[in-house]
Design a protein. Structure first.
Length: 270
């Protein structure tokens, strides 16, 4: 059985994490399949947006701890290095490239968090460009209070950028679940909605994103990342240099023409 289900309709690819009996842990097999599926999306120019969700009652409950603990032995009783060393190597060869692949995907991603997003599942949800959640969903970082390890899969990068250092520290240290409604109030996610409307809302958002200029999501990611490193003067210069290139693209001409003609712009795909 596939650990990642794939469906394409009207230019929107829906990717569903599919280990529902175990609440969709981010197991190694699932990570491999998800990376392969993202590569499929990147290669298919008919795809213009992605919805990422989970099957069953959870979005993703994070690391498969039983598999990590079992990995210290190669089957014949011989250690393959410390558990920490193995885990770091797994992350650097598989998990980290997965998050980087999401962040580099040439189409926007909508995460539809249908239940618990815990541990590394939070990083997966926040690696999307737009994150929405069912009202029954929650976000939980048990790394330090339960295991004595730092949040990973990008949590320490995404969380403070979305909600600031104070709330990020609270999430990391206080061992509390953040409800979907609280996450919406804080700005951790775009919106919370009724459980039975989650996928419908995600599809609507994805279809809106699919109508954007093909380069829009990559430009938005780069611009906001640059702003975190720049002074105001440096960022103003960055913006003007991007306009130097983007105003000469067909999408700008189409946008201006559509505005003058009082119609919605129609942008070509990738």
């Amino acid at each position: 059985m596939s650990h990642v289900l794939y469906e394409l309709e009207n230019g929107v690819a829906t990717l569903t994490l599919n280990i529902p009996t175990r609440l969709n842990p981010i197991a190694m097999d699932l990570q491999v399949e998800l990376r392969d599926t993202l590569a499929r999306v990147a290669d298919d120019r008919s795809v213009r947006a992605v919805v990422l969700t989970g099957a069953g009652k959870a979005f993703c409950v994070g690391a498969d701890l039983s598999a990590i603990l079992g990995g210290a032995d190669d089957g014949d009783g011989k250690a393959k290095g410390s558990l920490g060393t193995q885990t770091a190597e797994w992350m650097q060869s598989l998990s980290n490239p997965l998050i980087e692949a999401m962040h580099a995907l040439p189409v926007p991603i909508v995460a539809a968090v249908n239940g618990a997003a815990a541990g590394a599942g939070v990083g997966l949800a926040l690696a999307a460009d737009i994150t929405i959640a069912a009202r029954s969903a929650y976000f939980y970082l048990p790394f330090l209070p339960k295991l004595g390890i730092v949040p990973d899969l990008g949590c320490t990068w995404f969380v403070p950028r979305r909600i600031g250092a104070a709330r990020a520290m609270g999430m990391a240290l206080l061992d509390e679940r953040v409800s979907a409604d609280q996450a919406e109030r804080w700005g951790l996610i775009w919106a919370a909605c009724e459980d039975d409307l989650l996928l419908l809302e995600a599809q609507k958002i994805a279809e809106r994103l699919a109508r954007l200029p093909a380069h829009a999501v990559l430009e938005a990611r780069k611009a906001f990342e640059a702003s975190a490193q720049h002074t105001l003067s440096e960022q103003l210069h960055f913006e003007s240099e991007r306009q130097r290139e983007l105003i000469d693209k067909p999408s700008f001409s189409e946008g201006v023409t559509a505005f003058l003609q009082k119609r919605a712009p129609v942008f070509p795909g990738r």
